[in-house]
Design a protein. Structure first.
Length: 267
């Protein structure tokens, strides 16, 4: 999260999500997304074949989740046509419950409006030199706070494919034990990642994380945790996460954890 690397404040993060939703709703296209159990290369023949049969074709791979999973994004009826073909070939696929084709040509319709609404984001200067670094889901590589604090980055984030698989690979491929100091300071980005924590409404990326890690040679054994899990008590899942991290040696403030059901805390 860009807020955690002191790139922009929490207000900037919330505004970026709000403006993205508002901008998308102004689009004239009925969009959605389709999760597919294929690789980026595996889905290409299906998209290319369908593009020859349909006019004004606009389906693209919007998310590369793992070596075995992508999300196709675009116009609803075209997604339905793709699903029919995939179902005939017994390819696992599922329409997502969203009304916008995120990371698709639909978002390009309103990109300029989105950038104007965002303006220049306020940089959070409260961080320190040792604040966490960030891997961008746009490039799949490391990114500095200066880039993230620009509205142009968030426009690119809105209209470009999400390279989650590349990003997680970048994050987990290094080993701190085998790193050497470099003049450019890049050695500081080489560290052993032994826990992955998903902060969201459900553990939707658990499978993707496991698939990505299977393809990384000699990576540190990594445990996946999710703060929230659908149909489970949020307090129970949060307690479990903090307990696991505490046992693993992370500096968890147990007194704050035990006050999780109190009211009036700032976010």
């Amino acid at each position: 999260c860009s807020c955690n690397i002191q790139a922009i404040g929490l207000e900037g993060i919330l505004l970026s999500r709000l403006y993205e939703q508002q901008a998308g709703e102004l689009s004239q296209m009925r969009g959605s997304m389709l999760a597919v159990g294929l690789s980026e290369q595996g889905i290409k023949p299906y998209i290319e074949k369908l593009s020859k049969d349909l006019e004004d074709f606009n389906l693209i791979v919007g998310c590369i989740n793992s070596p075995k999973s992508v999300t196709v994004t675009g116009e609803v009826t075209q997604l339905d046509s793709l699903k029919i073909i995939l179902d005939k070939d017994n390819i696992l696929c599922r329409r997502l419950k969203v009304n916008l084709a995120y990371h698709s040509p639909q978002m390009k319709e309103v990109a300029a409006l989105y950038q104007d609404a965002m303006g220049d984001l306020e940089v959070d200067n409260t961080g320190h030199n040792n604040s966490p670094e960030m891997v961008s889901s746009v490039t799949g590589d490391w990114i500095n706070p200066g880039e993230v604090s620009q509205a142009a980055y968030w426009v690119k984030n809105m209209v470009s494919p999400v390279r989650f698989s590349d990003g997680l690979t970048t994050l987990c491929s290094g080993s701190a034990l085998n790193s050497h100091k470099r003049l450019d300071g890049s050695h500081r980005r080489t560290r052993d990642i032994d826990h992955i924590l998903e902060v969201g409404p459900h553990s939707v990326l658990q499978g993707a994380c496991k698939d990505v890690l299977k393809n990384i040679a000699n990576h540190t054994p990594t445990e996946y945790l999710s703060l929230l899990v659908r149909n489970m008590s949020a307090a129970d899942t949060a307690f479990a996460v903090f307990g696991n991290l505490h046992i693993a040696g992370y500096p968890i403030d147990i007194s704050l954890v035990n006050g999780i059901d109190s009211t009036g805390h700032d976010i």
